[in-house]
Design a protein around this ligand. Structure first.
Ligand SMILES: [Zn+2]
Length: 329
């Protein structure tokens, strides 16, 4: 969207909102307390991948959302298979990454407990379904991950299916939220609703650290941030679906995982080279898909976990250690 169009859109919606009793667009996101980023391992013994062998990842299926076809894959490409032209129920996943020395990092917060439909009527609306006890905090409690065990919360981006449970997670844990400057800009913008950021899912004080100044340029990953300073969890920029979007490369004892998040919603994004039809920048979204492909070629045996590929989760009830996630059900 160009600036003039955004301004006009903002004006029209603000007038529209003022005519309603409440409007999400006009609600503040809460206090954002920005603190400098500190690297783990600074000032004390640094963890070493050779001594601990890798992290452990638990994936939590927090519920399912009905995603329009155009969100999953750009519908303007010719000859799209028919099965990609319909809305799909897709899982909303959150991850706990357990480091043997430092604690737990949470990536994405999944769907909140109870009623979880969300959106900005009349512009968009996302139906969802969940079961009692499938929200992230309930599952963390059952997994015996205490709030104080969590050292960082890292949303891949701030769309509703990734941060619906963030408010509850921030109430459960005092951990810093790590993000990119581009995500912080999206979150702070009065036009955030048009970038798919639902204000009411945050509206809580957050301690935020921006990782950009500590990102190093990697020939394949591009700008990347080594969360544990030992190579076991690398975040890297995959803009396009949202401007500040992050994907991750994770090493466990047994495997290396590429968590694409929404840089590739479903397997066909990568297989066909077609990104989401909902993007902050279609060019960047295509470049990010290329980057994911290059990583898969470079890191032999790396297993990709897509943002919302239903077939990867068809036989997972609620949670699973990624090392034992079956390739097919
Ligand atoms: Zn998503």
């Amino acid at each position: 969207m160009n600036v003039t169009f955004k301004f006009l859109l903002s004006l029209v919606v603000s007038v529209f909102c003022l005519s309603l009793s409440s409007c999400e667009l006009l609600q503040p996101v809460g206090n954002i307390n920005i603190k400098p980023i500190a690297l783990l391992g600074e000032g004390r013994g640094k963890a070493s991948l050779s001594s601990h062998g890798g992290v452990r990842i638990t994936a939590y299926v927090t519920g399912w959302v009905k995603a329009p076809a155009k969100i999953l894959i750009d519908q303007s490409y010719p000859n799209l298979p028919g099965k990609l032209q319909n809305a799909k129920w897709v899982p909303s996943i959150a991850y706990a990454i357990h480091h043997p020395e430092y604690g737990v990092v949470i990536m994405d917060a999944g769907l909140q407990k109870g009623e979880c439909d969300y959106g900005l009527r009349p512009f968009y609306w996302v139906p969802c379904r969940n079961d009692a006890g499938t929200d992230l905090v309930s599952q963390l409690i059952r997994s015996k991950v205490a709030g104080e065990d969590i050292i960082h919360i890292i949303p891949s981006h701030f769309h509703g299916d990734h941060i619906s449970g963030l408010g509850a997670l921030l109430a459960y844990s005092d951990a810093d939220v790590l993000l990119t400057q581009a995500s912080l800009d999206e979150l702070s913008s009065p036009l955030r609703a048009f970038s798919g950021v639902p204000s009411k899912m945050i509206r809580k004080d957050m301690k935020v650290s921006v990782i950009d100044s500590k990102m190093l340029e990697d020939p394949i990953l591009g700008p990347s941030f080594d969360v544990f300073s030992d190579g076991s969890l690398l975040l890297f920029a995959t803009p396009g679906h949202s401007a500040g979007h992050l994907s991750a490369l994770v090493k466990t004892n047994k495997n290396q995982f590429l968590l694409s998040f929404d840089a590739s919603h479903i397997k066909e994004n990568i297989q066909l080279g077609i990104p989401s039809g909902a993007s902050s920048s279609p060019e960047q979204a295509r470049d990010s898909l290329q980057k994911l492909r290059a990583i898969m070629e470079r890191f032999d045996g790396v297993k990709i976990i897509y943002g919302h590929e239903p077939s990867q989760w068809a036989c997972v009830n609620q949670s699973i250690d990624l090392d034992i996630l079956p390739a097919t059900c």
